[in-house]
Ligand binder design. Structure first.
Ligand SMILES: Nc1ncnc2c1ncn2[C@@H]1O[C@H](COP(=O)(O)OP(=O)(O)OP(=O)(O)O)[C@@H](O)[C@H]1O
Length: 288
């Protein structure tokens, strides 16, 4: 699976330019994290990739051919969990997955449905009506339906919304497992979701790609720009504080800055720090 995105641009009918200058090559096998704050353009990009929306400029190519000419092929190879996903509330989990299997043209789907129910930890819920499930359980049903048919391209838009911390960890493991032989794109605004599982990161902000590379490359960019210090009244003038931790000796702050002030002790950046540093740099004209 290879997707090439060339000079993609999307302007909504109200004049909002949601995407501009998007150029990317996405190849399998890979688990790609699409990261960015609310409104960055992640969902718009995903909608263009899944043909739920048509771009105003540029082109998306699937194995070298425009996706516009290959809608059927794209959809037959796609597992997609949209951000807003309508479930049939009066069906049971099993019935819903059976219905989705029919839509996907899966013949004799029973064993596959049971496998996806197991993978998403829904065994005890398979006979329950969707209406009776919690938000996180419904999200798991959404993930299960995306897995049906073993598609080679999987796109999840904010898949961990509503999941509890233990479930988030389970899903991260599941995503890295399914990405072994597929192209999986995981959109999120939570760095933790993609930390340690994604091989490639695409960071977006205000409709543009501001970083693409490995998590290690992003961390490398932040080296020398992350420090800790005991809470300090004027600190915010010198750095962007990213976290505060209470200790017996006072509050230890962690922050990012272009040049670390003397009161900060440099520490090794985490991916979260690196993301915060990237975001703090976004308005600077010199860029990276
Ligand atoms: N149908 C629409 N009409 C007009 N503007 C839109 C429409 N959909 C999205 N936008 C705008 O386009 C920009 C990008 O939105 P998008 O939903 O793609 O961002 P996002 O990164 O997915 O954000 P979130 O994490 O909040 O879902 C935002 O400014 C949003 O308000």
């Amino acid at each position: 699976m290879e997707i090439m995105i060339s000079d993609l641009e999307m302007t909504y009918s109200n004049g909002k330019k949601a995407l501009q200058d998007i150029n990317l090559v996405l190849e399998s096998p890979n688990l790609i994290g699409l990261l960015g704050p609310n409104g960055a353009g992640k969902t718009t990009l995903i909608k263009l990739l899944t043909m739920s929306l048509i771009q105003t400029k540029g082109e998306v190519f699937l194995r070298g051919k425009s996706i516009v000419e290959q809608e059927k092929i794209l959809k037959s190879q796609l597992g997609y969990l949209p951000q807003v996903f309508g479930l049939y509330e009066d069906l049971t989990v099993y019935q819903f997955l059976e219905y989705m299997s029919v839509l996907k043209g899966i013949k004799k789907p029973r064993s596959e449905i049971l496998e996806k129910i197991n993978m998403t930890n829904l065994k005890t819920k398979s006979k329950k009506k969707i209406r009776t499930l919690s938000g996180g359980q419904k999200q798991r049903v959404g993930i299960a339906q995306a897995l049906l048919g073993n598609p080679s391209l999987m796109i999840f838009d904010e898949p961990t919304v509503g999941l509890d911390p233990e479930e988030r960890i389970n899903f991260r493991n599941l995503f890295s497992k399914i990405a072994e032989n597929k192209l999986v794109i995981l959109s999120t605004h939570i760095v933790e979701d993609i930390q340690a599982v994604c091989n490639q990161l695409i960071v977006m902000d205000e409709g543009k790609i501001i970083f693409t590379g490995t998590p290690e490359e992003l961390i490398y960019l932040a080296q020398g720009h992350v420090g800790i210090f005991y809470e300090h009244s004027k600190a915010e003038q010198h750095c962007e504080i990213t976290s505060r931790v209470n200790t017996a000796n006072g509050v230890i702050c962690r922050g990012v800055a272009e040049i670390l002030p003397e009161f900060m002790s440099e520490v090794e950046p985490t991916l979260e720090d690196a993301y915060m540093y990237l975001m703090s740099r976004k308005d600077r004209s010199d860029g990276f």
